[in-house]
Design a protein around this ligand. Structure first.
Ligand code: SF4
Length: 71
């Protein structure tokens, strides 16, 4: 059974709320991701690599604009 990590986000997907992101700064959440699942081109809103994301929720807690949501 695939159950490497225990958290409440198994059935959720990390979503970037582009409208909430001011897209005018280096995304602070990119640096906190333990598996490099977030990337940013210029000051664009960050992009999630869903294959890499382990749904730990760190980036969600880090974004002051609440542009990253686990839902
Ligand atoms: S939820 Fe965790 S693994 Fe997924 S992008 Fe955010 S920090 Fe990275």
């Amino acid at each position: 059974m695939f159950n490497a990590r225990h958290n409440n986000n198994e059935n959720k997907v990390l979503t970037v709320k582009i409208n909430r992101c001011p897209q005018n700064h280096p995304c602070p959440s990119v640096k906190v991701c333990p598996v490099n699942a977030l990337s940013q081109k210029g000051f664009d809103a960050p992009v999630v690599d869903q294959q890499k994301c382990i749904k730990c929720g760190k980036c969600v807690r880090f974004c002051p604009m609440r542009a990253l949501r686990m839902e």
